[in-house]
Design a protein. Structure first.
Length: 96
């Protein structure tokens, strides 16, 4: 589950995510999909309590890299990281 999902999409669009998309809204949907994947893989909620700092993001990425499911490509892990960093940025800027 992702708390503040709609707020997240609005936030990342305001930060320029998706402004160059050929298909409108593709990048914001991708970012949301990355967060959903992280939540499902690690079986935890994405919320202001779990993703609020760079340390939180790094700890989550470390868990993903060491998770005993299918190995994910480095690019996929980087995409997860980008989405998580934007979530943490939203939490900090909006003081959630």
């Amino acid at each position: 589950m992702i708390e503040h999902e709609k707020q997240y999409v609005t936030f990342i669009q305001a930060k320029g995510v998706g402004k160059n998309d050929k298909i409108e809204g593709a990048s914001p949907r991708s970012y949301l999909g990355y967060l959903t994947s992280v939540s499902e893989i690690l079986d935890f909620n994405i919320s202001p309590q779990t993703v609020k700092t760079d340390d939180d993001v790094n700890n989550i990425l470390s868990k993903l890299k060491n998770h005993n499911t299918i190995k994910r490509a480095d690019k996929t892990i980087r995409n997860y990281g980008s989405a998580l960093k934007k979530y943490a940025e939203m939490v900090q800027e909006l003081r959630l």
